[in-house]
Write a protein that binds this ligand. Structure first.
Ligand SMILES: Nc1nc2c(ncn2[C@@H]2O[C@H](COP(=O)(O)OP(=O)(O)OP(=O)(O)O)[C@@H](O)[C@H]2O)c(=O)[nH]1
Ligand SMILES: [Mg+2]
Length: 219
């Protein structure tokens, strides 16, 4: 009886908390995005946009009307990527942030071994390898994936549709069991804030849809 009353009380007074993991190469814009998400839901807060490379992690909990989002922003430098997998089993969604000005034409089919072509392709191949390794890890199986084509405010950016068709679709479709993962590619300018709300809306709906597979914490 005590346990029943306690669980009813907890349900009446608690909110579900979902963990969101921000990943991507260094300089992609993860910390800038976290600052904008925090500012979007705390209007008195000014986003700190003069970021420095993250060594370790930043974490913030955003209080939405119906749920909490606990957002983990981890450093993207090569030497820090080994730490990412320790977050996989407890996250409810993964956001992969891409610098759309540093992926050449955005199509992995155009990757070649010729050095001049490699240089023109920016960090496209690095992006592909890193995203593939995230999706191939068994602990991320079935976890919703949001890919954000960031820095869309810059004139030299690759359009979101090219990143979607040339990079993300090819990786997600090539994934073992990829069809069971919910995924989406959206445009973003973390610097100006354009696209932040749409990204958060998508995440909220997908973590709730996937809650039987990955139940939230109650707080
Ligand atoms: N023009 C433009 N610049 C951006 C945007 N988002 C981030 N930046 C810039 O890109 C640089 C890196 O941004 P961060 O948010 O620190 O990148 P990060 O992904 O957290 O990098 P690590 O912590 O090293 O993994 C900064 O100079 C940002 O101002 C954007 O949407 N547009
Ligand atoms: Mg950072």
């Amino acid at each position: 009886m005590y346990h029943l009353v306690k669980s009813l009380y907890l349900h009446a007074t608690s909110k579900e908390e979902y963990s969101i993991l921000l990943l991507g190469l260094d300089n992609a814009g993860k910390t800038t995005l976290l600052e904008q998400i925090k500012a979007l839901f705390s209007p008195h807060l000014h986003p700190k946009l003069n970021t420095v490379p993250t060594v370790g992690q930043n974490v913030s909990t955003v209080d939405l009307p119906d749920i909490y989002l606990k957002i983990w922003d981890v450093g993207g430098q090569h030497s820090l990527r080994g730490l990412w997998q320790s977050y996989y089993s407890s996250c409810h969604a993964i956001v992969f942030v891409i610098d759309s000005t540093d992926v050449g034409d955005g199509d992995i089919e155009h990757l070649s071994n010729a050095q001049d072509v490699v240089e023109e392709q920016g960090r496209l191949d690095e992006c592909r390898l890193v995203l593939e390794s995230i999706l191939q890890n068994g602990e991320t199986e079935g976890v919703p994936l949001l890919v954000l084509a960031n820095k869309q405010d810059r004139e030299d950016c690759v359009e979101v549709v090219r990143i979607k068709e040339g990079l993300v679709r090819k990786i997600v479709e090539g994934e073992k069991g990829g069809s069971v993962r919910d995924s989406r590619v959206l445009p973003l300018s973390a610097l100006t804030g354009t696209g932040v709300k749409e990204a958060v809306d998508w995440l909220c709906s997908r973590v709730k849809w996937n809650k039987e597979a990955r139940p939230p914490a109650l707080r």
